[in-house]
Design a protein around this ligand. Sequence first.
Ligand code: FAD
Length: 308
Amino acid sequence: KEYLQIRGPRATWYRPQTLTQLLELKAKFPEAKLVVGNSEIGVEVKFKKFFYPVLIQPSLIPELTQPRVEENGVWIGGATSLNDMRAILSEQIEKLPSHKSRVYVAIVEMLHWFAGNQIRNVAAIGGNIMTGSPISDMNPILMAARCRLLLESKAEGTREVTMDGSFYTSYRKNIVRPDEVLRAIYIPHTAETQYFKAYKQARRRDDDIAIVNAAFNVTLDIQSDGAVVKDCEFAFGGMAPTTVLAKKTTEQMINKPWNQSLLEDTWRNLMADLPLDHSAPGGMIQYRRSLTLSLFYKFYIAVSVDTQ
Ligand code: FAD
């Protein structure tokens, strides 16, 4: 199959039609940028004066745009626009028993607060993950839900990685190799006693970047005399150079009863787990630290009401 190539004085633009063509281009030009919505790259080129001589648009490639529904979750193509992802997940929410779609509900709700409709129509989920902004609105959800990423290169084929605490290595850097592309993201269902919520605090309600955002995932063992934490994962944005997991906090919650004393211990642990240096970029240090506590409080209340 032939594909479109546009050569300009400063940059060449490729639009491959198949995954093989895309992987061959990425092997030949590992520094090439995949461009989908251009909402990150455009800002880098226009305002930060970055120069990208090779651009590849993957929007015609089925493996990067078509969803694949599986028994316990759904694969979303890396080049799926945020609004298309919202439609795919909304369909799943309609079809599934309500407890299974708690991550999907959190994503759909968060997308309401993610940029404006024009951006959501073109910007892709893969671009948000690959950019790795510390205040990305999707990455805390994907990390707290332990989503898996399918990466692929011509040389090594496919590999699957979990979006855990080792995926982002430093500010806007991750473990994906230059010759690899992010082919798809697996978003799992939730279990019956698994609770999942995501929150964002920004200056404005609509179309604003987060000051702090968070996603909370807890699985409880619910008995007649109360509930005990069996598993949990909390992710925060705006508290470090990357989205981070509050690992020490969640480890200390395992097998503890879900009650007021757990709430207070967790607050103390979160303070230790998410320190923010007084000189951290973005300022508002005390406010951001206190937000981590109040967002967890919101989650605690929501789960306590749901399990009553
Ligand atoms: P692009 O700019 O096309 O690409 C971004 C990066 O990802 C590039 O480095 C590209 O090479 C790489 N990439 C893309 N796809 C792949 C792939 N499949 N494999 C490998 N690499 C890939 N973000 C938020 O989190 N919340 C907001 O509220 C928000 N609001 C915004 C408002 C405005 C006005 C703007 C301009 C941006 C906003 N953003 C926000 C940031 C941005 O829109 C998102 O990060 C978006 O998801 C990026 O997707 P894109 O397709 O536009 O990325």
